[in-house]
Design a protein around this ligand. Structure first.
Ligand SMILES: Nc1ncnc2c1ncn2[C@@H]1O[C@H](COP(=O)(O)OP(=O)(O)OP(=O)(O)O)[C@@H](O)[C@H]1O
Ligand SMILES: O=P(O)(O)OC[C@H]1O[C@H](OP(=O)(O)OP(=O)(O)O)[C@H](O)[C@@H]1O
Ligand SMILES: O=C(O)c1cccnc1
Length: 469
């Protein structure tokens, strides 16, 4: 994880904090909720990712000497700078489990802290969780298409700057198996994997010499890129030659990689040629602008592809580019808070809350969640957030509370989870979500409703505000 200091934020967080500080609000408790309004990719779910990175950063968040000098130069006063020098996050974070499936318009993370502290972590939280959750969701969709075939992240070169670093982590949470990104592999303990570039083959006067050299130096990990000149007439025959030579030396070539043309046709043809040559163990990798739809289509065409290398669409979250997650104030100065909006769906949910997931008897997801006040029991009935009169009976369903304390008084309460643990949990959750919510076209809408009490608090505040305008 990169080291961030507290100036990894937007200027307005610091200027608002300066006002709170000088107006005696520094120690006032505030609650902010992180949630999003729309699932990306027209999909039915989001894979929540980034929590471990966020907690690690928040726990040690502070303004260093360079930050303080900058803020002094920017005109911040001495008294406030003295406060910032001692600034640490001392609040409570309640959160969904990383890797869990999360849905629109319900809190995913709730931060309760002295208002300046909660405010100063907003941008960091949104930057971390929005991007990683977008990428983990994209990865999970590719995993749904790829099944037990191997998915490798090739995205660093196409990523939004250093975002590629955390994209590799999020990809694993979504179900990817390995990354070509060596630094992320090092820091997050992700299996590192790779083949060769066209430039390597181009460097040699002939393809066969390039393949032979690579096999000689890397006999234990030899994947040959076969499309530089002509996949079927040159690349695959040369790979077969080298594969047979490797056998004589007691080695097994790992694979070939296809990177252009009709990948289904070429994979079938290459598979037949390799099998015919007795190289049935040589795997076929494919790359070139893959995404969940192309992978699905290739496998439906019967393409015998074992590895998919994915870059651009993974790390850019194509076509959506961002998850619209927001961080909204729901409680301050001893009172629940909300922001009015023309559309009721956009009005945030006030007060301290808990989210309950409805489960079927076998533990699979029923397809509904109720947001309630933290002070009440799991509700047996929930109300549509914006359609008056629409409600749903929840009696008889198992209800699982989803937000739990992961940080208290600025200290983590849980042991950091390994990426593999998070991945396994996430894949298990995807397995429990019925197929109708996972299909790519017009997935079922997962229902999120409000308890009666929460709806009353929200509607009461709406009337109060409207009557004051
Ligand atoms: N059999 C197939 N079925 C569906 N999609 C495929 C199939 N084969 C390739 N694709 C996808 O179609 C797109 C083809 O892109 P494009 O035509 O630019 O590739 P190309 O011209 O073969 O490659 P390059 O321009 O690198 O030589 C890619 O996203 C690729 O993954
Ligand atoms: O298509 P993406 O999903 O983004 O996957 C990554 C792509 O990056 C590489 O190409 P590039 O042309 O950068 O390098 P190369 O010369 O090694 O092919 C690789 O060969 C893939 O085609
Ligand atoms: O190892 C590879 O084949 C690779 C890595 C990054 C991008 N494209 C391909």
């Amino acid at each position: 994880m990169f080291d961030f200091t507290a100036t990894y934020t937007d200027q307005y967080q610091i200027t608002m904090s300066q006002v709170y500080f000088h107006r005696g609000m520094k120690n006032e408790t505030a609650i902010f909720d992180y949630f999003f309004r729309k699932t990306p990719f027209g999909g039915g779910f989001v894979v929540f990712s980034g929590l471990e990175d966020l907690l690690e950063t928040v726990q040690k968040l502070k303004f260093d000497d360079k930050d303080l000098k900058l803020l002094r130069d920017e005109g911040m006063d001495d008294e406030f700078l003295d406060y910032l020098e001692t600034f640490r996050f001392t609040g409570t974070v309640r959160s969904a489990r990383e890797g869990d499936l999360v849905f629109p318009n319900r809190p995913v993370v709730s931060v309760e802290a002295p208002i300046i502290e909660a405010q100063l972590m907003e941008t960091l939280l949104l930057n971390t969780l929005n991007y990683q959750s977008l990428i983990a969701t994209k990865a999970a969709r590719m995993k749904l298409s790829a099944g037990d075939r191997t998915l490798v992240d090739f995205g660093l070169r196409r990523a939004p700057g250093t975002g590629g670093y955390s994209a590799s982590r999020a990809a694993v949470i979504g179900g990817f198996d390995a990354t070509s990104n060596v630094r992320s592999g090092r820091d997050y303990n992700i299996p590192i994997s790779g083949t060769m570039a066209h430039s390597f083959v181009q460097r040699y006067d002939d393809e066969l010499s390039a393949f032979r050299d690579f096999a000689a130096i890397r006999p234990h990990d030899c994947v040959l890129l076969v499309d530089t000149y002509d996949t079927i007439k040159s690349g695959v025959p040369n790979a077969i030659k080298v594969g047979k030579e490797m056998e004589k030396e007691g080695h097994k070539m790992k694979g070939i990689r296809l990177d252009s043309g009709d990948l289904a046709w070429l994979a079938k043809k290459s598979r037949a040629m390799l099998d015919e040559a007795g190289l049935g163990y040589v795997k076929i990798a494919a790359s070139n602008q893959l995404d969940e739809h192309v992978i699905k289509s290739l496998l439906e065409q019967g393409a015998p592809i074992d590895f998919f290398g994915v870059g651009t669409s993974l790390v850019t979250g194509r076509p959506d580019a961002a998850l619209d997650g927001v961080y909204k104030l729901s409680y301050a100065n001893g009172e629940p808070r909300l922001k009015l909006s023309e559309s009721v769906e956009k009005i945030n949910l006030p007060d301290r809350k808990q989210v309950y997931r409805m489960l079927n008897e076998d533990g699979t997801l029923f397809g509904a969640e109720a947001v309630a006040l933290q002070s009440e029991n799991a509700p047996d009935h929930m109300y549509h957030p914006s359609e008056p009169g629409a409600s749903m009976d929840l009696s008889g369903l198992q209800k699982e509370p989803l937000l739990s304390e992961v940080m208290k008084d600025g200290e983590r309460l849980t042991q950091p989870k390994s990426l593999q643990e998070i991945r396994e949990f996430s894949q298990g959750q995807v397995g429990k979500l019925p197929d109708e919510y996972k299909r790519f076209e017009n997935p079922h809408i997962y229902k999120v409703g409000l308890s009666k009490k929460l709806k009353e608090v929200r509607d009461g505040l709406i009337s109060d505000h409207k009557s004051r305008i």
